[in-house]
Design a protein around this ligand. Structure first.
Ligand code: AQP
Length: 329
């Protein structure tokens, strides 16, 4: 029996190269080794303001891009969180085991509360408990994520432990899995690449936009003029070269940036060409799937059906352990 793996992505905007390098690429690599469940976590995406008229499209697009990137739905389950009501039921139960103090420490909550000062809602605060329910509902042992989600997975272990101690052994303590690109910085070089910030390159970006975005991206800020030698170690774009360029190109950029043989524009051109090449097949497949939303819907409905069955079974066990299942006496 393979171990169960769970992870999710919010339909909160365009899926970007940070999501891909930090999570999706790893999901694809792990398909053989685990029994994989991936979710488009729409309930997580409603904790900030959004346009309900766009949500359906965002969900379908997020699914299409994940499949387009290589997440083969024949080798995993892909479904939408809100199609399985047990996610919110288990959240309520886990809420009653989670100390407020632990949630107050979550850095993502603190950051998002600062970004959305006018809408600091309970959902935003409770986000990590819903995430714990997402994982535990399927008894997920492994959770491949980017570094920003590390604290949440640590919390999920703590909540699983609390449940097991209080009501009886049921849940595994989920272990995080990080990729070799756990934190891709945004094009500003200052904050994490994020769907909700204008600092990303999406997986379906067209070649012109990739070039436009890269040509404006921040590099080594100490390099003021073309003839100044640069320092690749502190240049965000050099980090991206490591994921898109070949070894010879990386060595060339590394050397010639330091000696000012090439300037930032030449360096960006190499990166842009390689990124366009690498993303082309993902873009092509994703766009084709976006034009066939019924096919994507079929995949998601099949996934939800499988997940509902697992989720119902887990909730029966939860209710039983908690004395919430009424039986004839
Ligand atoms: N910049 C990143 N580098 C590496 N990994 C990342 N992930 C996100 N950004 C980066 C990982 O991608 C997976 C899906 O992320 P998510 O959609 O659940 O939400 P998020 O972490 O909040 O991502 P965003 O793009 O920053 O969304 P918004 O702006 O809506 O909050 C996760 O495993 C995440 O770690």
């Amino acid at each position: 029996m393979k171990k169960r793996l769970f992870s999710g992505i919010q339909p909160s905007g365009d899926v970007h190269i940070g999501n891909y390098l930090g999570a999706i690429k790893n999901w694809i690599a792990l398909l053989n080794d685990y029994d994989c469940i991936f979710s488009i976590v729409d309930y997580h995406a409603i904790t900030v303001e959004y346009d309900p008229g766009l949500m359906q499209k965002r969900i379908l697009n997020a699914a299409a891009v994940n499949i387009g990137a290589g997440l083969d739905p024949d080798r995993c389950i892909l479904f939408v969180q809100s199609q399985v009501p047990e996610h919110t039921e288990l959240t309520w139960i886990l809420n009653s085991l989670t100390p407020m103090g632990l949630l107050e420490r979550m850095t993502q909550y603190k950051d998002k509360a600062k970004q959305n000062e006018k809408n600091v809602n309970v959902g935003l605060f409770d986000y990590p408990v819903l995430q714990t329910a997402d994982i535990l509902l399927y008894k997920g042992c492994a959770v491949p994520i980017g570094e920003d989600q590390l604290q949440h997975v640590e919390l999920s272990r703590e909540i699983a432990r609390k449940f097991n101690m209080r009501y009886g052994e049921l849940f595994p303590e989920p272990q995080h899995l990080l990729s070799d690109a756990p934190r891709i910085m945004g094009l500003d070089g200052k904050s994490k690449m994020s769907k909700s910030m204008d600092n990303y390159i999406s997986l379906i970006e067209d070649p012109d936009t990739i070039w436009k975005k890269l040509s404006r991206a921040t590099t080594d800020e100490n390099r003021k003029r073309r003839n100044d030698p640069g320092n690749p170690e502190i240049c965000n774009l050099f980090t991206l070269h490591k994921y898109f360029s070949n070894e010879t190109e990386i060595a060339k950029v590394n050397k010639e940036c330091r000696t000012a043989e090439i300037g930032c524009i030449e360096c960006k051109r190499i990166l842009s060409d390689n990124m366009v090449k690498a993303l082309a097949p993902i873009r092509e497949k994703s766009l084709a799937l976006m034009n066939k939303p019924d096919d994507v819907l079929d995949v998601l409905n099949t996934g939800a059906k499988k997940c509902r069955k697992i989720a119902e079974e887990t909730m029966e066990e939860v209710r039983s352990l908690m004395g919430l299942r009424l039986v004839k006496v």
